[in-house]
Design a protein around this ligand. Sequence first.
Ligand SMILES: [Zn+2]
Length: 437
Amino acid sequence: MHSPRGILLDECDNLQRVLDETLRSNYGLEGSEDFYTECQARLAYIKSELVNTPEDEHQNLQKSAELLQALSDLLSRIERSSIEHYSWPFVDELKKIALALCTEATLAGPNTPPYVFVLSEGGPGAYAIRPEQQRPSGASRRIHTITLPRTLKHFVLLHAILGHEIGHAMFRCSKHQADLANILSTQLLPGSSLATPATAAAWIYSPNAPIHVRQQLTDLAIRFGVTQGNLWNNFNFNQWREEILCDFLGIMTFGPSFVAAESNVLYGLNPSGAQVGPFHPPTGCRLTYLLSASRLLGYSTRTFSDSELSKSVAAFWAKLEAKRPTDPWYTLFTDAQIQAAANAMANLLHPLPPASYQPPDEEDLLLFTRQFANAVPPVGSYLNNDKAVHCRKIDFRNILEAGWIAATTSSLSFDKLNRLCEYGILQQQAVNISLKA
Ligand SMILES: [Zn+2]
């Protein structure tokens, strides 16, 4: 019969075997060796703690048990990531942004990027990031897990919603957390309905709230005893604020594609847009401030010298505007608050290339429009009149934006447009390599 400490030491050996099996060969996971070394260091730390912990120090043994459990969860996720049921051209580009946003000072060095890996599961509700809250002892870097929906493997247009998810990882980053919290508390929230938990509860329980909201609140009171006075004992006010912050980071990193992706995914999950969630404000509120930000940032008011392109872009925004709730209850922030928060975030992101979204050139959008018309992937490579091949460096987010505009005007199915965009991102990676050569 094993003692508790003996069981935990056995589990260290078991984990070592899983680690050797999972990461001993390149499982298709970029940087397998780095993951191996990182996990090996964490396991060695836990084992050395255990070896030095007397049998009767139950609290310390408990701590080691929890660390072992977390490490085995992490290893299983890394193992599943090797199946690669996700769009890897998109993920390659996403990682560049995630690394730029999440590089921080650690014991390993002043500018240490995290490790990021990806796995797929479920449907549209699966979009998520699992950022390590803090680096476990013995760890040199954080390891973040990004989850993509298995059913949406090729739907890169919807993947723009991950701009929000990498915002969560940035908020965990020691280098930026205080600045981001400061943007919320000094620029966006003061004077708004979400200034304090009490003002937020008063707004949610306002008699002017939409009927769907009032019905939900009545239901919450009957079933769970939730009232205006105890709302934030049951719901998470800080999480609401973080979700809003991440929406702003999403639009600042992915631009119009983020607004379109978030609106499509969230209304699909909550068609009324009115659901007051324990962690998230209603979808209708989120789309309202994102559309206002799009106008203030000049995205939705942009015009082009090509009148057809101007019409297509106007049609794209008109379709999104049609989803904006008409009830003023959904408006959380003034234009001045949104503009101030966007400006402060732009200043924070600007020194972190390629994190900031840059609007596409008209020339690129016209090129993509011609390519979509011929049902070929949108990519910065074309033949001109002299039949010579011309190549241009184009950011993958501009491919996504063109895909969303085409989704409003093109006769191609959404599935086909997504696949063309996925191929476009892949081919653009080749174009970029050829331009560097
Ligand atoms: Zn979130």
